[in-house]
Design a protein around this ligand. Sequence first.
Ligand code: MG
Length: 459
Amino acid sequence: MPADRVSVNRRDFLKAVAGGVAAAGLPAWALAKAAGERPNFVVIFTDDQGYQDIGCFGAPKIKTPNLDRMAAEGMKFTDFYVAAPVCSPSRAALLTGCYPIRTGVTRVLFPRDSTGLKPGMKTIADVLKTRGYATACIGKWHLGHKPPHLPTFHGFDSYYGIPYSNDMRPTPLMRNTETVEEPANQATLTQRYTREAVAFLKANRDKPFFLYVPHTMPHVPLAVSEAFKGKSAGGLYGDVIEEIDWSTGEILKTLKDLGLDSQTLVIYTSDNGPWLSKRDKGGCSLPLRDGKFSTYEGGFREPCIMRWPGTIPPAAVCAETALTMDLLPTLARLAGADLPAGYKLNGKDISTLMTNPGAKTPHEAFFYYRGTTLEAVRSGKWKAILYAKGADGLPAKPHDLYDLKADIGEKINVAAANPDVVTRLAALAEAGVQANGGKFGRGVRKKKPKKTPKKPAAR
Ligand code: MG
């Protein structure tokens, strides 16, 4: 039955989303279309923020009242993953719903690079444009800083921000495809991004919108406005996070003032784990192991909060595996948009996780790729760290196995006691390499003395 001939209302739509049940024989995306549902979406994506660096995720010194309230009014995801432990590939995965190895972006892009997403890859903005959404990207893009790789070539109506990392030169501030300031004054960036975001919301209050705010901070060098300087008990890093918390509060306040709360899904997370070698200038991933660059949990698992009053239940916690790659199919479904044609996504629709706290993850396995190497796999509570095969066809070192529910810090290798689980996870990873490409397993490196502590003091 064609979607546009079915009479459905918002209640039918929400029921279908919550239960994953198709009413009138239609999937929820078709119901969304038929019901005229086009909710608004705001994705706030910080840079190098640690798992612990939000009050409600355990930060002992950094104060984040706005994010804590957002979690109290929405859902906290405790097992939420990015698809790379560094900036560019993580962003490629979030926006396309595919593992970075399939997007053409598997490493950090530098100003000397002239590449970006592979031709033909569609972003969340591209997909939502087909349903008439207004779209804006405000912040750090980092998927190519020259045409045709800038945001306005990838479905965004407008762009404002530094196109790559803030430690790269010449650090231009761009509006659409033009440089408007160079080098950018980084101390006022979060304030200016926030003003731009609020103005976009006000200008588009009467139509569906997708606002993507990939903050430049807290990537080093840290910078903060005078209003937040020296205020946090967590030092300069804490000041920066507290300013981002304020920024999130301004966005939420604007949505409330505009009467858009119940029509808007807001998602907050970060692109990869904290840069631990920066010591007090980097964040904290406790209780996870390691941080940025690593395939241990500290590199990939991020704090995540989703809020959508009336649809996502308040004060909820989801401990199921969910991914940034899930956002494209999920938002497409909620907006009634078709998925990109011609290729299969790795992300899956997680709207049932968002609306039903008892729902289970749709992912049998999640693959931790570092560059083009699949180094680890998670399935359920189990995670295996995988080693490449030697000349004899056997792993150069036995794979490691961790029970993430019992041992979130990946301290106790339980591979010897669970050989069947190791075999199952290794087979899933082999299939992952077959399906997505790349190499299987990390090489066995000679141990070098560590110069930096793995876990900085908690802040
Ligand atoms: Mg980053």
